[in-house]
Design a binder for this molecule. Structure first.
Ligand code: PGA
Length: 251
């Protein structure tokens, strides 16, 4: 099954407005020659509009770093799918490990957020991944199973076209400790197998599964060479035009 690669940059709570616009323009520039892959950047909420304007007409996708489950209402601090669509935002990250571990978001909440995104036109990038303690206790596959099944509860096969999964082992995020290509492939193959159990084989085969966790210019090529790795969710290395450009240009 041919899956179109996706290289996504998660800018987290970094960059000023001017820096965000400059970096967005550089991403447009470096991705203009790549017609066989998608590129997404996820700035902080206040700079979404400026970044959408900077990439307009380029094919570079813009993502939010989270999304509310309701369309509107008394939800202080939240931003809804229609609001994001109004800005021209096409994707939203849900369930990032920082949301889970710092802000206490659980699988049930992440499921609501994901369904909030895909009930409209926003594609969800669902992040999952085990902690080091869970891996060392031999619980990795159980944790991934629960995260996938609970976050995708109530999602139809048809809606899975609007879902991307990002496998991000928590111990690899921002630590410089990347999973080996074999470790990543093992987890990705397991996730795809799980999707086959939940949906049909052809639906599971079409879902893009990104790897995230200390992706760098010097490890992107070997990661992308794995059968079930369809792209990357990049944090630190997405904040510099030069390194993100090299990741976009993976071989
Ligand atoms: P990192 O972050 O590339 O800095 O490890 C990845 C992420 O948090 O999505």
């Amino acid at each position: 099954m041919q899956r179109r690669p996706l290289i996504a940059g998660n800018w987290k709570m970094y960059l000023t407005r001017a820096e965000a616009v400059t970096l967005a323009r550089a991403v447009v520039e470096s991705s203009s020659s790549c017609t066989d892959r998608d590129v997404m950047i996820a700035p902080s909420f206040p700079f979404l509009a400026a970044v959408c304007a900077a990439v307009e007409g380029s094919g570079v996708l813009v993502g939010a770093q989270n999304i509310a489950w309701e369309k509107e209402g008394a939800f202080t601090g939240e931003v809804s799918a229609p609001m994001l669509e109004d800005l021209g935002v096409q994707m939203a990250i849900v369930g990032h490990s920082e949301r889970r571990h710092i802000f206490g978001e659980d699988n049930a909440m992440i499921n609501r957020r994901l369904r909030g995104a895909i009930s409209g036109a926003v594609q969800a990038v669902l992040c999952i991944g085990e902690t080091l303690a869970e891996r060392e206790a031999g619980k990795m596959l159980t944790v991934l199973d629960a995260q996938v099944r609970q976050a995708l509860a109530g999602v139809t096969g048809e809606q899975m076209r609007k879902v991307v999964i990002a496998y991000e082992p928590v111990w690899a995020i921002g630590t410089g400790k990347t999973a080996t290509p074999e470790q990543a492939q093992e987890a990705h193959a397991h996730i795809r197998h799980l999707l086959e159990e939940i949906f049909e084989k052809n639906i599971a085969g079409a879902v893009r599964i990104l790897y995230g966790g200390s992706v760098k210019p010097d490890n992107i090529d070997v990661l992308m060479a794995q059968a079930d790795i369809d792209g990357a969710l990049v944090g630190g290395a997405a904040l510099k035009a030069e390194s993100f450009n090299r990741i976009i240009q993976f071989q």
